[in-house]
Design a protein. Structure first.
Length: 227
């Protein structure tokens, strides 16, 4: 894993070291930034950063700002860290394009597991091509790519997993709880509105094909191809 670079952004040196030590044990290459401005400079200049761990509360450019700027040019997985556990903060982070949201204090081992899951879902070490077609939507599972009528659509890793899960279960009504447990890959204790937020963004990115994702009133969602 020496080729997998992870950028840790936190104004607390002790926190950066704690995270870095655990990730280095797993063989990851670690790059550190002590503030948002430095993080954006590093992200722009450094080649092939595979994942960003980003603290929310920082002086100057906060984590929200950094996340927003990174999303303008990259779909790299982003894990947000915060000392606050407000659901509104969590939903806002997902709206900006964050893939995971972890409240401090947290278990470093859980963080490592989340990093590994995100990297696995983002297509690291994928070798076998697996493509699914749904009347104008092409989902390349191994390449982690989605095309609408031949045009590539840029999705975040979480949006890709959500679309893949819905499409794989075509025609089946899935509750919000089922979607959370399957797509987020761990026991999720946040607000189920997180699903609604991601569905809204996913539909928007799919354009006219967004109506394939149908709302099942008072329950959840269902993926069904509309001819």
């Amino acid at each position: 894993m020496s080729g997998i670079k992870i950028l840790i952004v936190d104004d607390e040196a002790r926190m950066r070291k704690l995270i870095a030590d655990f990730l280095k044990k797993e063989g990851y290459t670690i790059i550190e930034a002590e503030d948002g401005k430095s993080a954006l400079e590093i992200f722009t200049n450094e080649q092939q950063i595979s994942l960003v761990i980003l603290d929310v509360m920082m002086p100057g450019y906060d984590g929200w700002t950094v996340c927003r700027e990174i999303r303008k040019k990259s779909q790299v997985p982003i894990i947000m860290l915060t000392a606050r556990g407000e659901e509104s903060d969590e939903l806002f982070g997902f709206t900006l394009g964050a893939d995971e949201y972890i409240a401090k204090p947290f278990s470093p081992l859980i963080l490592v597991a989340r990093v590994q899951a995100l990297l696995r879902r983002s297509g690291m070490n994928q070798s076998v091509k697996n493509v699914k077609f749904y009347n104008g939507i092409e989902i390349d599972e191994s390449g982690r790519s989605v095309y609408i009528d031949g045009r590539k659509v840029n999705l975040t890793p979480k949006e890709f997993e959500l679309l893949l899960y819905l499409a794989t279960n075509e025609g089946i009504a899935l509750s919000r709880e089922q979607i959370l447990n399957s797509v987020w890959d761990y026991d999720y204790f946040g607000d189920v509105r997180t699903v609604d937020t991601h569905i809204k963004k996913l539909r928007s990115k799919l354009g006219a094909k967004g109506n394939y994702i149908q709302t099942v009133r008072s329950f959840g969602y269902k993926f069904e191809v509309v001819e």
